[in-house]
Design a protein around this ligand. Structure first.
Ligand code: AMP
Ligand code: MG
Length: 542
C-alpha cells in the first residue's frame, strides 16, 4: 500500500443513514469471520470490507469522478484502487450493509439484505448533494447467507458499463464510479451444471443518493417492527423527498400518501424509459426496486435485439418469463402493491395507497403514449388513429426478426413524401432485418403498408421535417449496450485488456449522436452471438 497523505481522505463524509437509523447492535470485528444471521430491529449492520489480494483499477467514469470532485491524479493512484476495492477505509467512512427483504419471483423470501455490497458512507458531491458510495463484491456481511460476498469480473463489467450507458441514455439509474480488479479468484458455477470454475474477481463502486429498496420497508412490516418502519419512512421522506415536507410540514398520513404516489410516478416513468430503449431488467424482485425510481442491481439484464416482447434474458426466469420485456410495467405495479402493503401497517389507510396505485397505471399509460408519439415523430398521441398504428407496428416488427433499436433509429430517415417508391421507402430500415431473404411477399407488403400509414399520419401533423427528425433522434438511441458488445469487452478484460471497456463507455456517452467511424457499435447481433452465453442468455450467477 502506498504512503499518505491521501486525497481520498479529503472526501467529505456525512453519514446520515448510519447516524439516524437503528443499527444492528452486533458489530463484526475486522479480521474475524462475519457471522451470517437474521438481523432484527435494525436498518443496517456495521461491517468492513474484507481485503483483496492486489487491487488494480480497470476503469472509472469521468462524469462520476468529476461529480465527486476527484482529479486525474487521484483516479490514477494506487490508493484509489485500494480504497475502491475495500482495502483501505478513507477518513470519515462508516461502512455498513443494509437489511432488507423482498419478493423473489413473486414469493416472499424473508431477509435478504446487502450480501456482498458494503457502503462506505455518504459523501457530499460538488453540488452539495449526498451520494452513497457502495462497494459491490466487498466481502461477506451478516446478510451473505451461504454465499461469499464477492463478485466476478464479468458481472462487474456488465454493471459498470450498463449504469453508465443508462445514465447517458437519460434513464434514471444508480451510477458506477469505478471498476477495480481484486487479483483474487472467485468460484462460480456459471451454468448451474455442477462445473464450477475459478474466475477473476472485481469490485464496482456504485453511487446513488440512496440505495433503499422496496424491500427495506417490507422487511420491517413483515417482522411487525413498526417503530423501525416508521423511522425508515421518515428518514427517506426527509432526506430523499424533502420537497414533500417543506416549511417544517410534519410527516403524517397525507405526506406518506403523497410520497408513495411520487414513488409510483417515478417508477412509471422508469418503466416507460426501459421500454423505450429496449432494456429488460431480468430480476424485478422487490429487493431490486429502488425507492428513488432508479434502475438498480444490474444482474442478468439484457437489451432487445430482435423485437420480441416475450423475451427475458434471465435463464432462471425462462420457465414463466415473469420478467419479460413486455410485462415489466405490470410487474412494477405488482411490486408497488407490495410496497403499499408494507406501508399500510403504519398509515392504516388503504384508500390513498390504492389511489396512488391507480395513478401508476394512468401515468404509465400516458407516459407510454407520449413516448410512442416521440418515437414515431408525431406531434402528439392521438388515440383515434395511433393505437391502431402501434398495434400494427407490433405485428410488422414481429413478422420477421427486426432489430428494435435500428428500426426506430432508422425510421427517422424514411421519406415522408407519398410519391417515394416502395423500394426507396424501405431502404433506410433494411439494416434492421435479421433475415433479409424474408423481406418479400406478404412480409414486405405489411411493412410497406405500415410505412405508408405512418407517412400519412406524420404528413397530417404538417410539421417541418427537421423538427420531426430531431424529436425522433432525441429518443431513439443509435447506440445501446448490445449484449454481444458487453460480452466482447468482458472477454478482452478477462484476457487482461480493459481497453474495450473504455471504448464502449466512450461510444455510449453519446448514444443519440451519429458517430462516424464507430459503425461497429450500432450493428445487428452477429450470428455467432445468437447462442453464445452472455450474449443471448444469462444466469444469475455473478
Ligand atoms: P440479486 O439477485 O443480485 O439481487 O441478489 C439477491 C440477494 O442475494 C441479495 O441479498 C444479495 O446481496 C445476495 N447475493 C447475491 N450474490 C451474493 C454473493 N456472492 N455473496 C453474498 N450475497 C449475495
Ligand atoms: Mg439485488
Amino acid at each position: 500500500m502506498s504512503a499518505g497523505p491521501f486525497p481520498l481522505d479529503e472526501l467529505e463524509f456525512d453519514n446520515r443513514f448510519t447516524r439516524q437509523l437503528p443499527a444492528d447492535p452486533v458489530e463484526s470485528s475486522v479480521g474475524e469471520p462475519v457471522r451470517r444471521r437474521q438481523v432484527e430491529g435494525a436498518c443496517f449492520s456495521r461491517v468492513s470490507p474484507t481485503d483483496v489480494a492486489s487491487p488494480h483499477t480497470l476503469a472509472w467514469s469521468d462524469e462520476m469522478a468529476e461529480q465527486l470532485g476527484l482529479d486525474a491524479a487521484t483516479l490514477q493512484s494506487q490508493d484509489f484502487a485500494d480504497v475502491f476495492a475495500g482495502n483501505r477505509l478513507p477518513a470519515g467512512a462508516d461502512p455498513f450493509a443494509m437489511c432488507y427483504g423482498g419478493h423473489q419471483f413473486g414469493n416472499w423470501a424473508g431477509q435478504l439484505g446487502d450480501g456482498r455490497a458494503i457502503a462506505l458512507g455518504e459523501v457530499i458531491d460538488v453540488d452539495g448533494h449526498h451520494q452513497t458510495l457502495q462497494l459491490k463484491g466487498a466481502g461477506p456481511t451478516p446478510y451473505s447467507r451461504t454465499a461469499d460476498g464477492r463478485a466476478v469480473l464479468r458481472s462487474s463489467v456488465r454493471e459498470f458499463l450498463c449504469s453508465e450507458a443508462m445514465f447517458h441514455l437519460g434513464v434514471p439509474t444508480t451510477r458506477a464510479l469505478s471498476l477495480v480488479a481484486t487479483g483474487d479468484k472467485v468460484v462460480r458455477d456459471m451454468f448451474y451444471d455442477g462445473r464450477p470454475e475459478a474466475e477473476p474477481g472485481a469490485v464496482v463502486c456504485r453511487v446513488a443518493p440512496s440505495f433503499v429498496r422496496f424491500g427495506n420497508f417490507q422487511i420491517h412490516a413483515a417482522r411487525n417492527e413498526l417503530s423501525v418502519l416508521g423511522q425508515l419512512i421518515d428518514f427517506t421522506i426527509l432526506n430523499d423527498f424533502p420537497h414533500l415536507v417543506g416549511g417544517g410540514r410534519p410527516i403524517d398520513n397525507t405526506v406518506i400518501a403523497e410520497w408513495f404516489a411520487e414513488v409510483c410516478t417515478r417508477t412509471a416513468h422508469l418503466i416507460v424509459d426501459w421500454q423505450r430503449v429496449g432494456f429488460v431488467h431480468g430480476v424485478m424482485n422487490t429487493d431490486n426496486m429502488s425507492i428513488l425510481g432508479l434502475t438498480i442491481d444490474y444482474g442478468p439484464y439484457g437489451w432487445l435485439e430482435d423485437f420480441d416482447p416475450e423475451w427475458t434474458p434471465n435463464t432462471t426466469d425462462a420457465g414463466t418469463r415473469r420478467y419479460r420485456y413486455g410485462q415489466q410495467h405490470q410487474v412494477a405495479h405488482w411490486n408497488l402493491l407490495q410496497l403499499a402493503n408494507a406501508l399500510f401497517p403504519v398509515t392504516q389507510d388503504a384508500a390513498p395507497l390504492e389511489a396512488a396505485l391507480n395513478g401508476y397505471t394512468e401515468t404509465y399509460r400516458r407516459g407510454s403514449e407520449a413516448m410512442t408519439a416521440d418515437r414515431l415523430g408525431l406531434a402528439r398521441f392521438d388515440a383515434g388513429t395511433d393505437e391502431a398504428l402501434m398495434t400494427d407496428l407490433v405485428t410488422v416488427l414481429r413478422s420477421t426478426e427486426t432489430d428494435y433499436v435500428i428500426f426506430h433509429r432508422r425510421l427517422a430517415d424514411v421519406s415522408i413524401d407519398p410519391a417515394v417508391s416502395d423500394d426507396d421507402l424501405v431502404a433506410p430500415i433494411e439494416p434492421a432485418f435479421y433475415q433479409a431473404t424474408e423481406m418479400v411477399g406478404e412480409v414486405r407488403q405489411g411493412l410497406v403498408s405500415w410505412l405508408r400509414s405512418w407517412q400519412a399520419r406524420v404528413g397530417r401533423d404538417g410539421r417541418p421535417d427537421d423538427e420531426r427528425r430531431h424529436q425522433m433522434d432525441a429518443v431513439n438511441p443509435r447506440y445501446v449496450l448490445r449484449n454481444w458488445l458487453a460480452q466482447q469487452a468482458i472477454d478482452a478484460s478477462e484476457a487482461g485488456d480493459p481497453s474495450k471497456i473504455h471504448e464502449l463507455v466512450e461510444v455510449l456517452r453519446h448514444p443519440y449522436t451519429d458517430q462516424p467511424g464507430r459503425d461497429g457499435y450500432d450493428q445487428r447481433r452477429p450470428e455467432w452471438a445468437r447462442v453464445k452465453p452472455g450474449c443471448s442468455m444469462l444466469s444469475c450467477s455473478s
